[in-house]
Design a protein around this ligand. Sequence first.
Ligand code: S3P
Length: 444
Amino acid sequence: MDAARRLVSRRPATPLTGRIAVPGDKSISHRALMFGALAVGETRITGLLEGEDVLRTAAAMRALGAEVTRDPDGTWRVAGRGVGGLVEPPDVLDMGNSGTGARLLCGVLASHPLFAVMTGDASLRQRPMRRVIDPLSACGARFAAREGGRLPLSIQGPKEALPMEYRVPVPSAQVKSAVLLCGLNAPGITRVEEPEATRDHTENMLRHFGATVKVEEAGRGRVITLQGQPELRAADVEVPGDPSSAAFLVAATLLVPGSQLTITGVGLNELRCGFYATLAEMGADIVVENRCLQGGEPVGDLVVSHCELRGVDIPWERAPTMIDEYPVLAVVASHAVGTTRMRGLKELRVKESDRVAATAALLAVNGARVTIEGDDLIVHGDGRPPPGGGLVETNMDHRIAMAALVLGVATEQPVTADETGFIDTSFPGFAELMNRAGGALAPA
Ligand code: S3P
């Protein structure tokens, strides 16, 4: 990966227009490869996100004995080994920049009787893994990790795993999913309780591959029970466009006067839609067309038009449904009339970077008014774009880089992102797609 690519974003001469599609959903892509590897038979995946993060997961599944190939037309095929059938990897599994890949894979490995070592890049090696090590140890797996539960780590799975009962202490789909994936190869019932509902792609995919899973509402959260050691059957997966990637194009369209852009085939899972609900409250003009179900996930086309926006107070309970969208929402808020308060962003501090600090810094260096109070991020807008002209430090964080480049579409002075190679982890072709829609991104 060419991580040092410096890009600059300028106000385009004309509005953003046209019809585009964004790459496949990152969360669903990781899971499709893992479930494919754990199923019996051949799983075919269309629309897989071919970003660095997901390609690391594909490589890990290969190292664990699954056959993973790509047809010339972009269809991926996974010949799985069945639940419990993975083999010991011959080398260290390098998950690159991907927290989702690393944590979900810990779950898969923990209930297999094999030894594995996992590492990642400098960003991933700083991120907390204790949140999966602790619950997964209850199945009988033995973990050894660096100080603070950081990568690299090693896992020795037990001969026979025990089922687990776990209440996830922080709202995290990754932790929930790691426990469920581990429970797949434990006899009996694994039960996970989450205090806040988080994205449920794992539950949907468990069903899609033939597992018996029950989901019950419990206040704002859910209780999920999984019958262990099912025979997962290969299934076709059609990956929808990633709503978290679409968010950057939606934001750019809202900020450039006269723009109207249609983004086709975007995943609209209700537990991913907090960003869109917030934009609606801010007065955004977004219409959803052609709603349908695709492989158990709702999908639709987003027709976005530029309009004036107002600041809003975003309740902390909404955070799990828009956790990846706060940096770009903050960029939008810096153009709105009035104050936007984003509450309860503690989990945002342990992403690819501390995104509370990085988002505040990206706005401040471009002349926007922004403050941090505890775990709240507050952006003060006056209905005009901030001046711009800043050099944004992206800290190996793809979403900070893309948020910075979106800011530059409307500021008077261009905005520069110091390191944009990491965008390829989740959104390969981002700059080209922005420019196809009418943006003005160029090497700095
Ligand atoms: C993801 C869950 C979220 C999200 C990440 C993808 C997933 O992380 O930020 O980009 O696919 O399960 P947390 O579980 O840490 O909130």
